[in-house]
Design a protein around this ligand. Structure first.
Ligand SMILES: *[C@@H]1O[C@H](CO)[C@@H](O)[C@H](O)[C@H]1NC(C)=O
Ligand SMILES: *[C@@H]1O[C@H](CO)[C@@H](O)[C@H](O)[C@H]1NC(C)=O
Length: 343
C-alpha cells in the first residue's frame, strides 16, 4: 500500500501535488454537536443549521456576514472543523477560523488565525495564518500560502493546536506551521484562555489584491459550510473570573500526549514540502518589517534565498501571474496591512 502510494506520488507529483494528502492517517478527533459547544456571534438570520446539529452554513449577503463562537473559553486546546469555502467569484471575502479572547481583553488579547482570502473567478483561494499574544498587534506574524486543492470543492479539516509548548496549524493531517514557544517570546505567545470563532465577512478594502477587487453581491449569498466541530481543551465559563483558573494540568498533559501533538517524521516531510511549495510570504523573511526576525523564527538560509526583503517569494512557482514591478509606496502600503498580494 505504502509502496503503491509512493509510486503514484512520484509519477504525478509534479503535476498534481496529491502526495500532500497522504502525510499520515487521518487525525484522531472526537466531534461535538453545535449546540453542545457553540452559540451565534452575529448575523443571526444568515446562519443555517442542518437538522443533525453537526453542520451549519454561514452566509454573507449584502445585508450582513455571520459568525459563531464557542460558548466556553479554553486554556490550551485542540480546535478543529471541516470547512467548505464559497465557490465561484469570491473576491473581497474573508472566511476566518480562529481563537481569540479579544472580547474580554481588549488591550492585551491573544489570537491564533486561519484567514481564507477570496479571489476573482478562476484564481485560487489563498490563506494566511497568524498569531498575537498579549495585545502584540503591532507585531503581526503572518505567513501566506496557496492551497494544494480547491477548498470550495469539498470539506477539508482545519485545526489549531495550542499547548504550553507549541502551536500547530493543520490542514487535514498535514501540519503546515509550527510555532515552538521560547522564553524570548514573552507575552507574545498566547497565554490567556481563548474561545474558538468562525466568521464570514466582507473585507473588500484589503482582501483581494490589496482591495482592488471588491465583493460583488451579484454572486451572493456567499456560503461557508462547517461540520464535524472539535473543541478539546481545558474549558472555563467566560462569565467566571478567568484569573481564578481551574487547574488545567491534567488536560494539558492529555493534550501533549495526544497524537495531534506529535509530528511524525512523515508529517514533518509533508510540512516541509508544503512550506517550500506553497508559502509565498513569511514575516520571518520580511527584513523591511523586522530587521531582526522575531525570536521564534527559525531562519533556513537556503529557503531564505527564495524570499525578497519584503518577505515575499522572488519567483513564482505556481504559474500565477505576477506584476514585475511594484512601486515603493505600494510595497510599503501593503506591508502596513500585512496583507500584500501581487495578483
Ligand atoms: C483516538 O483517541 C482516543 C482518545 O485520545 C484514544 O482512546 C483512541 O485509542 C484513539 N484511536 C486511535 C485509532 O488511535
Ligand atoms: C501583557 O501586557 C501588559 C500590558 O501591556 C503588561 O503589563 C504585562 O506585563 C504583559 N504580560 C506579559 C506576560 O508579557
Amino acid at each position: 500500500m505504502d509502496f503503491i502510494r509512493k509510486k503514484i506520488c512520484l509519477s504525478v507529483f509534479l503535476f498534481f501535488h496529491v502526495c500532500f494528502i497522504t502525510a499520515d492517517a487521518a487525525l484522531n478527533v472526537s466531534t461535538i454537536p453545535f449546540s453542545d459547544g457553540f452559540s451565534h456571534l452575529f448575523g443571526e438570520g444568515n446562519i443555517l443549521h442542518a437538522t443533525d446539529d453537526k453542520s451549519l452554513q454561514l452566509h454573507l449577503n449584502q445585508r450582513t456576514g455571520s459568525g459563531f463562537k464557542s460558548s466556553d473559553l479554553y486554556t490550551h486546546g485542540f480546535f478543529s472543523a471541516k470547512i467548505k469555502l464559497p465557490s465561484d467569484y469570491t473576491a473581497g471575502i474573508v472566511v476566518a477560523f480562529y481563537t481569540t479572547n479579544g472580547d474580554l481583553f481588549t488591550k492585551t488579547h491573544d489570537e491564533l488565525d486561519f484567514e481564507f482570502l477570496g479571489n476573482i473567478r478562476g484564481k485560487a483561494w489563498r490563506f494566511q495564518t497568524n498569531m498575537y499574544g498579549n495585545g502584540s498587534t503591532s507585531r503581526g506574524r503572518e505567513e501566506r500560502y496557496y492551497l494544494w486543492f480547491d477548498p470550495s470543492k469539498e470539506f477539508h479539516r482545519y485545526s489549531i493546536l495550542w499547548t504550553i509548548k507549541n502551536i500547530i496549524f493543520y490542514i487535514d493531517d498535514v501540519p503546515i506551521r509550527e510555532i515552538v514557544r521560547n522564553d524570548a517570546m514573552g507575552g507574545d505567545y498566547p497565554s490567556k484562555p481563548m474561545g474558538l470563532y468562525a466568521t464570514i465577512w466582507d473585507a473588500s478594502d484589503w482582501a483581494t489584491s490589496g482591495g482592488k477587487y471588491k465583493t460583488n453581491y451579484k454572486y451572493a449569498p456567499f456560503i461557508a459550510e462547517f461540520t464535524d466541530l472539535v473543541l478539546n481543551g481545558c474549558a472555563m465559563d467566560p462569565l467566571e473570573q478567568v484569573v481564578n483558573n481551574p487547574s488545567c494540568d491534567e488536560k494539558d498533559d492529555e493534550l501533549q500526549k495526544a497524537d495531534f501533538s506529535r509530528i511524525t517524521p512523515r508529517q514533518r516531510m509533508a510540512m516541509k514540502r508544503f512550506r517550500s511549495k506553497y508559502m509565498y510570504y513569511s514575516y520571518c523573511y520580511d527584513s523591511l518589517r523586522y530587521s531582526v526576525p522575531p525570536p521564534e523564527c527559525e531562519i533556513d538560509h537556503v529557503e531564505q534565498q527564495h524570499f525578497k526583503e519584503t518577505g515575499r517569494l522572488k519567483f513564482n512557482k505556481h504559474g500565477h501571474h505576477r506584476h514585475a514591478k511594484r512601486t515603493r509606496s505600494q510595497v510599503l502600503d501593503a506591508r502596513n496591512h500585512g496583507n500584500q498580494d501581487e495578483e
